[in-house]
Design a protein around this ligand. Structure first.
Ligand SMILES: [Zn+2]
Length: 518
């Protein structure tokens, strides 16, 4: 009989065996070794009360508890339950030779002094680990039960009290699995609900150029910048990008759901997150809130936007430091957080959408108002985003106010209609190029394999390069975006028309072009 807790560092985790040795006649007390962190050390006293108040004796003598492997510092209140079970097991003889059965139980949960079990974060990754390491039973707080079974792992029991946990372990030792409450629907295909759901593109009137840019961004997972005077639908569109992205693949769904489990952001509905998430943090957010970390070592906004969309509304209002720290995760698709001399990581392959006004007052380019900003004000505003971050933005979309007619007639396309084209482009890419990185993530070497231009497009690119003085990074952006436009048309080769359209979306933002129309 072995009892395990679960320890998580960042996105990864492993089972931690709780071993016990009782020295009868020794000075009474409990020693806890194996690098317990503060919260785990405190568990000792909490657990002792919970065990006694549940009607079980504490073994007499000196008790040594060892958390193994010992090399990792263990933290969090989730170890309470496993430690309590081991203490009880030691006094009722679970670990003595005669009754020893080869079975393994993993237990996670925080205990209250009266022996009731309180919910915790991060149960879903623990369930994945319990399955892969062949646990006979996983005990979780009943309020986390739905989350724990979302992966389809069935040996899970949700409990409300320590006593229920003890009974379950005793059944497992007798070779009977406790009556496991498998959720009726086993509905792993449901989505546990989209917090901050995003509305429909049909709500955005007119703005065909903006919507087309968003469609291309969605089809190729390109980062984008949407800028223009206030009230032109920039933010509305940015928040709706997630609605035209394809569903997550099964692997992506597991990754995203794990991240939400660790962050404690899964609702009571079982299932995996199937739709890409949209996160829209406020510009006053801290670096830690955006990147992740902190005492609980939880994922930040960029990880909650993993395989989805991170909207930075009025991006120049964010701290320069926050913006510049996005570059590395954007390059790697994951974020590394230094912690106590070690580095932990979370997945963070998000699609960035920034919105910005043309100038600090917002009136630049407006016919009915006057901009009072100086050239220096305007340049400083844009420098907050900075050239290095802007370099990674393939699509830049200038937005102007729509005329009245956009609000009067015509029906605007729904997100679902746009999404169908985005999905078709994805299917085409898969058919022609197989499982390859999304176009927005293509490196320059990969680009030469997939970005084949026909002769006319080639001539056009040379001309555009000379005329617009495009940098090599800009050329790569143009090639990536033109590949996506060709995918939307389901063309193997990139034609001149696709290339020309891609150039339009890359013209702005370099060399002060955003605020200095040449
Ligand atoms: Zn202004």
């Amino acid at each position: 009989m072995k009892i395990f807790g679960y320890h998580r560092t960042g996105f990864d985790g492993l089972p931690i065996e709780v071993e016990v040795d009782v020295r009868p006649g020794g000075l009474p007390g409990i020693d806890l070794v194996g690098l317990p962190g503060n919260a785990v050390r405190e568990a000792k006293d909490r657990v002792r009360s919970a065990v006694r108040n549940s009607g079980y004796p504490i073994p007499k003598g000196r008790i040594l508890l060892n958390l193994t492997p010992a090399g990792i510092r263990k933290d969090g209140a989730g170890f309470d339950l496993s430690i309590a079970l081991v203490l009880i097991g030691a006094s009722v003889g679970w670990f003595s030779g005669s009754t020893e059965k080869k079975c393994m139980v993993m237990a996670m949960g925080e205990l209250k002094l009266d022996g009731s079990v309180k919910g915790i974060h991060g149960v879903l990754p623990a369930a994945a680990t319990a399955r892969s390491s062949g646990m006979d039973l996983l005990l979780v707080p009943s309020e986390n039960f739905q989350e724990a079974v979302s992966l389809g792992y069935g040996n899970v029991l949700g409990i409300d009290t320590l006593k229920e946990g003890v009974d379950a372990v005793q059944q497992v030792m007798k070779g009977e699995l406790p009556a496991l409450a498998i959720p009726e629907s086993r509905s792993f295909l449901t989505d546990p609900g989209n917090e901050g759901s995003v509305g429909d593109f049909a709500d955005v009137k007119g703005q065909a150029f903006l919507k087309r840019g968003m469609e291309i961004a969605a089809a190729g997972a390109h980062h984008c910048l949407v800028f223009g005077v206030p009230g032109t639908g920039k933010t509305m569109s940015a928040l709706r990008l997630g609605g035209i992205l394809p569903d997550l693949s099964p692997e992506e769904a597991v990754e995203v759901t794990k991240l939400y489990s660790i962050a404690g952001k899964l609702g009571p509905v079982p299932g995996l997150i199937r739709r890409p998430r949209t996160r829209s943090p406020h510009h006053s957010s801290s670096l830690q809130g955006i990147l992740g970390g902190g005492p609980g070592l939880i994922p930040g906004e960029i990880s909650l936007a993993h395989r989805g969309v991170l909207v930075l509304d009025e991006a120049p209002e964010f701290s320069h430091h926050v913006l510049q720290n996005l570059r590395e995760p954007m390059e790697r698709g994951e974020v590394h957080i230094a912690r106590a001399g070690k580095s932990v990581w979370f997945p963070a392959r998000f699609q960035l959408v920034m919105t910005a006004n043309p100038c600090p007052c917002g009136n630049l380019g407006r016919k009915t108002a006057v901009c009072l900003c100086s050239q220096e004000d305007i340049a400083r505003y844009w420098r907050r985003i900075g050239g290095a971050l802007l370099d990674r933005i393939d699509i830049r979309i200038p937005v102007e106010a729509e005329g009245l007619e956009a609000h009067m007639g015509g029906k605007d396309e729904t997100s679902e209609e746009i999404r169908r084209r985005v999905e078709a482009a994805g299917d085409f890419r898969l058919k022609v190029r197989g499982q390859t990185p999304r176009n927005g993530d293509l490196s320059s070497t990969r680009l030469t394999d997939y970005g084949r231009l026909n002769a006319e497009a080639h001539r056009l690119l040379s001309a555009a390069r000379a005329k617009l003085d495009l940098s090599s990074r800009a050329i790569h952006s143009v090639l990536r975006v033109s590949r996506t436009i060709a995918d939307l048309k389901q063309c193997r080769e990139i034609d001149a028309e696709s290339l020309a359209e891609a150039v339009v979306y890359r013209r702005y933002g370099d060399g002060n072009y955003m605020w200095n129309e040449p």
